[in-house]
Structure formats: structure tokens, C-alpha cells
Ligand binder design. Structure first.
Ligand code: GRF
Length: 224
């Protein structure tokens, strides 16, 4: 379906990060290589010196600070953030290790267009307090035999948005949290790039009961 791909306008992406930004890098790489029909047009961060922000600057991607805090007095207000994203003509917002809460102004301005990646199989090991290594430690301590990343829509509540995609990885008997995190992260990179590709080709469809599905690229009759 080469024709259908070229008919869809190239999407404009904003990525939000607080740390190293390895997911951001892999999404940006997929855009550059052409597997994603879109471009990261702006990076938003709450830490101007984080690895993700530095990478963006090196690549010539504009960096915006949000929110305004004592440590980051140059940060934008929620209303100004929405205004700036509009100026950049952003279609989708991708949260990739952004640790601050998303303001309701942004959620309302971008309905069904904001996504997050979480390093466990939601709804397990999600919500307040479950971030970074804490997630993987809790998974190992629970005795769960499987984990993996979840990509979900971001809505006005915390971590409750509809699940869009997941990937399963095994939890091994002698895993450390670090080892499990590395195994999950590897899959995060692939999954976020795949989901971003689907987004940019308008392949998200909504089942009658409100569950979002991804239409397969190879077989338009198939969903996952
Ligand atoms: C990832 O594990 C992601 O699931 C979580 O934060 C981490 C970000 O890693 N939300 P990176 O900054 O993309 O390397």
C-alpha cells in the first residue's frame, strides 16, 4: 500500500523527556530512517541539562522547558506550553520518561493524541510511586514471570489511559532489577517506534467498547 502511505501527511511529533532519552533517540532515528512518517519537531523537558535535551540540541531539534520551577525558572506555564505546541503544529505528544504530571490544559488541547510508555504490563505495577527501578524491583519481588512495556493514551487521570500496545518479556529466576530493566528497555525502543509508525499512518482504530487497536500494515483486516 505504498500509495496510501504517501497520501498521509507527515506528522509532527513533540517528545517529552526527563532523562537520558533513549526512547526519544530511537523514535527520532526511526523518523530519520523513514520507518516513521513523521518528524520530532520539538523536545519538551523539565531538566534542561538532561541527556535527552542535549541530544536534541546536537540534532538541531528545539528544546522547550516545562514546567517553571525553582530549579528551572525559564520553564513555561501550562497555557504557554499549549500555545507553543500549537505554533509548532504538533499532531502527537509522546511522553518518553517524562516524570512530571501532564497538565489538564494539555490533555484537553490534544484529545486522544498524547501517549506514554511505561516499563511494566499495565495495569500491574503502575500508578503513583511506580517509576524507574522501583517498577522492576516490584515485578521481581512479586514473583511475576512476565513483564514488558505498555504504551497507553494519557487522559486526565494518572496512568489510567487506554492501553494501546504491549510487549511481553520473560522475568528470569535470577534477574536483578537492572537486568530486567535492560531487557524491557530494548523492547520499549522497538515498540515505541512501531506504535509511532502506526500513529503517523493513521492506523489507530477505536473498537465499539472504547478500546484502541492498531491496524496491521501488512493486512488491513488484522488488528493488534
Ligand atoms: C523508560 O523505561 C520508560 O518506560 C519510562 O522511563 C524510562 C525512560 O527511559 N517511562 P529513556 O529516558 O527513554 O532512556
Amino acid at each position: 500500500m505504498e500509495g496510501s502511505k504517501s497520501r498521509v501527511k507527515r506528522k509532527r511529533l513533540a517528545v517529552f523527556v526527563s532523562g537520558g532519552g533513549s526512547n526519544f533517540r530511537s523514535i527520532n532515528q526511526a523518523c530519520i530512517e523513514g520507518s516513521v512518517n513523521g518528524d520530532v519537531v520539538v523536545l519538551v523537558t523539565n531538566k534542561h541539562a538532561c541527556g535527552g535535551a542535549q541530544y536534541a540540541s546536537d540534532k538541531g531539534i528545539p528544546v522547550i522547558l516545562f514546567p517553571k520551577t525553582k530549579d528551572e525558572p525559564g520553564g513555561l506555564s501550562s497555557d504557554d506550553l499549549v500555545k507553543v505546541l500549537r505554533e509548532f503544529e504538533v499532531d502527537f505528544v509522546l511522553l518518553a520518561g517524562y516524570l512530571k504530571l501532564i497538565p489538564v490544559e494539555l490533555v484537553r488541547a490534544y484529545p486522544r493524541s498524547i501517549f506514554n510508555i511505561h516499563p511494566s504490563l499495565l495495569p500491574a505495577f503502575g500508578g503513583k510511586g511506580y517509576y524507574g527501578m522501583k517498577v522492576h524491583k516490584a515485578v521481581i519481588a512479586s514473583g511475576a514471570r512476565y513483564s514488558g512495556p505498555t504504551i497507553h493514551f494519557v487522559d486526565e487521570q494518572y496512568d489510567t489511559g487506554r492501553i494501546l500496545a504491549q510487549k511481553v518479556v520473560p522475568v528470569l529466576a535470577n534477574d536483578t532489577a537492572k537486568e530486567l530493566a535492560a531487557r524491557v528497555l530494548k523492547e520499549e525502543h522497538k515498540l515505541y517506534a512501531e506504535v509511532t509508525a502506526a500513529l503517523c499512518e493513521d492506523r489507530i482504530v477505536w473498537r465499539e467498547d472504547g478500546v484502541p487497536l492498531i491496524r496491521s500494515k501488512e493486512n488491513p483486516e488484522e488488528y493488534y
